[in-house]
Write a protein that binds this ligand. Structure first.
Ligand code: NAD
Length: 462
């Protein structure tokens, strides 16, 4: 393939990809494997540039920058498993179908559009691409304009490896996204906020295009009394303040049993100090808010309760200290929308049933966290709530298990990916029946006899 070819205008680009897809070139296992290998090499070659770009866009510490490299393990898994994922799966057939065989055969969908957000701007664009390539599709990527340095590096990387008629990248903001959404695709994979998810789904509906929507929401974190205090506090602080709270599955708020609240709050304070020092603005391990709009939105939320830790801000550096808010009610502004920043409101409960009812009264979250050693409570929460995923006695780490499909439910999204689920998302599972011609069972042909009537009753009756 010739690399570094500039992409044509959007409608022509989509048409070129469709033409290329129709040649059938993207379908063989060898082709897919070769492309995945090229992608993996490119990611490894661009690793430093990517980490630096993410640092520049988000003020993210290098350690957290390397989370973007999770895309490499996605490619490695696909390279290892693709042959078995692509294998048709045989299913049994009934005697009435004799002589026959039947199977489910995965096939690529065609041309996929992948739109990414800014918070993990590399990983959330490239991981879905791994699924699209593994499943044999062409793809157009639209990175977020809010992480411009990362967008530029990804564009350079993609253009150095793929021709635009196979995998293309179109940089730009809302207008470009809207232009892209006017075209017809075979799948749209969108990661971003719920409001834009609705716009994407409406645009997809015009062409009856299936969508995967990886959205956000307010992910609750329930804390029971039966916990290991230090480990729980440390895991909560890490998951919440990682990337300055700009993680889709960060615990959005704490729902704490009143009896454990005081010790938990002091343990959280202690670990905030331990992680980021007495002044987190000086810590090399604490991130910044992505842009002024989000900085202003978040600072306005600081009035939603009593600041017990943090609260300091600096607009010049878009810095907001890790903040714990007490005296917050369900009606407070901070409880109305996904926070997506370093502010952790704390609500209390006396009866677990009330905490569960409060969660169930609101849109289904992307993640739900429960800290409790009690098996009974773990089972009760699992059985009586619905969320995209759950972690018990940890936060965020569920995303790192490729065999656990990742996705939302209800307003937190639809569809899932990671590992084999990514291959499945970008595949159509075609059902195939193959009949033999050496024999022809007559039970279904007219003129129908009373015997056939009896037979059909038996067949449909199961
Ligand atoms: P966003 O919805 O503002 O933007 C996402 C993408 O949509 C960007 O590429 C943007 O250019 C594009 N876009 C913006 N306006 C558009 C429009 N009118 N029409 C079409 N496209 C448009 O999201 P964001 O601010 O980049 O990311 C934050 C949100 O994403 C949070 O809600 C977070 O929870 C969610 N998120 C979800 C996941 C997940 O895996 N479920 C991961 C990361 C972020």
């Amino acid at each position: 393939m010739i690399a570094n070819v500039t992409a044509p205008p959007i409608p022509a680009l989509v048409q070129q990809q469709r033409q290329f897809f129709n040649t059938g070139c993207t379908k063989p296992l060898d082709f897919r494997i070769a492309q995945l290998q090229k992608l993996k090499e490119a990611i490894v070659n661009y690793e430093d540039d990517i980490v630096k770009a993410v640092q520049a866009d988000l003020g993210r510490p290098a350690f957290e920058g390397y989370f973007e490299m999770a895309a490499i393990s996605e490619v490695s898994l696909a390279l290892k498993k693709l042959k078995s994922w692509m294998k048709p799966q045989k299913v049994s057939t009934s005697i009435e179908q004799f002589p026959s065989s039947a199977w489910i055969q995965p096939e690529p969908l065609g041309v996929a559009l992948i739109i990414g957000p800014w918070n993990y701007p590399f990983q959330l664009l490239i991981s879905p691409l791994v699924g699209a390539i593994a499943a044999g599709n062409c793809a157009i990527l639209k990175p977020s304009e809010q992480a411009p340095q990362t967008s530029a590096v990804v564009a350079k990387m993609i253009r150095s490896v793929f021709e635009p008629h196979y995998v293309a990248i179109v940089e730009g903001g809302v207008e470009v996204a809207q232009q892209l959404l006017e075209e017809k695709y075979d799948h749209i994979f969108f990661t971003g906020g719920t409001a834009i998810g609705r716009i994407v789904m409406a645009a997809a509906a015009k062409h009856l295009t299936p969508v995967t929507l990886e959205l956000g929401g307010k992910s609750p974190c329930i804390v029971d009394t039966d916990i290991h205090l230090e480990h729980s506090a440390r895991r909560i602080v890490w998951g919440k303040f990682l990337n300055a709270g700009q993680t889709c599955i960060a615990p959005d708020y704490l729902l704490v049993n009143r009896q454990i609240k005081k010790p938990l709050m002091s343990a959280i304070k202690q670990y905030l100090q331990e992680f980021y020092g007495p002044d987190p603005s000086l810590s090399p391990d604490y991130g910044r808010i992505v842009n002024t709009k989000h900085f202003e939105r978040l600072t306005a939320l600081l009035d939603s309760g009593e600041v017990v830790v943090g609260g300091q801000t600096n607009p010049d550096h878009r810095y907001i200290a890790p903040t714990i808010l007490d005296e917050v009610s369900w009606d407070s502004p901070v409880m109305q929308e996904e926070i997506f920043g370093p502010i952790l409101p704390v609500l209390e409960y006396d009866r677990l049933e009330d905490a569960i009812a409060a969660i169930n009264n609101r849109p289904k979250p992307l993640a739900l966290y429960l800290f409790s050693r009690s098996r009974e409570i773990q089972e009760q929460v699992l059985a009586s709530t619905s969320s995209g995923g759950v972690a018990i006695n940890d936060t965020v780490m569920q995303v790192g298990i490729p065999k656990l499909p990742f996705g939302g439910v209800g307003e937190s999204g639809m569809g899932r990916y990671h590992g084999k689920a990514s291959f499945d998302t970008f595949s159509h599972f075609k059902s195939v029946l193959k009949k033999g011609l050496w024999f022809d069972f007559k039970w279904r042909y007219a003129p129908y006899t009373p015997d056939q009537l009896k037979q059909i009753k038996r067949i449909v009756g199961g």
